[in-house]
Design a protein. Structure first.
Length: 150
């Protein structure tokens, strides 16, 4: 590692994933959504770090964990546009910007109490466009920033 780098505020990890540029207020929600409070892997959570991109940011480092596409899709609902850094041997080998997919299944609850997904044991299914989720079954729309997770 470069000796001229500024002092790091959070320890480096050898292998794993760093989730960066999380809006500070959403950091614990992201950790909870990804099940990080019940994992046995070492997890570092930091909030209120200065960021030119989002003002104050959160950062989560998870040793020896590489997230699946499904986990990343869940993350996109709560904190779109965060950066995932894949770390191997203390180096970033891949960077991904998390983007909200065009469809979301089984992550968000429909806000229509009469929707079949709230009355039958079946997963939710939403179409996503311009920050609006539209229920596949009842066609009720809801703002992606005001959703309730399943």
């Amino acid at each position: 590692m470069d000796k001229n780098k500024k002092e790091m505020l959070v320890a480096a990890i050898e292998h794993g994933t760093v989730i960066d540029h999380i809006p500070a207020a959403k950091t614990y929600q992201v950790a909870n959504l990804l099940g990080l409070f019940s994992t046995t892997a070492p997890v570092t959570i930091g909030i209120n770090y200065p960021s030119k991109k989002v003002g104050n940011k959160g950062i989560i480092k998870v040793s020896d964990k590489f997230f699946t596409d499904d986990e990343i899709s869940r993350l996109s609902v709560v904190a779109p546009n965060v950066i995932l850094n894949i770390i191997r041997d203390y180096e970033v080998v891949e960077k991904k910007t998390v983007e909200t997919p065009s469809e979301i299944r089984g992550i968000v609850k429909c806000n229509n109490p009469k929707c079949i997904t709230n009355n039958e044991p079946m997963p939710t299914h939403f179409h996503v466009a311009d920050g609006v989720l539209t229920c596949h079954y009842c066609e009720r729309e809801q703002d992606i920033n005001k959703v309730e997770l399943v």
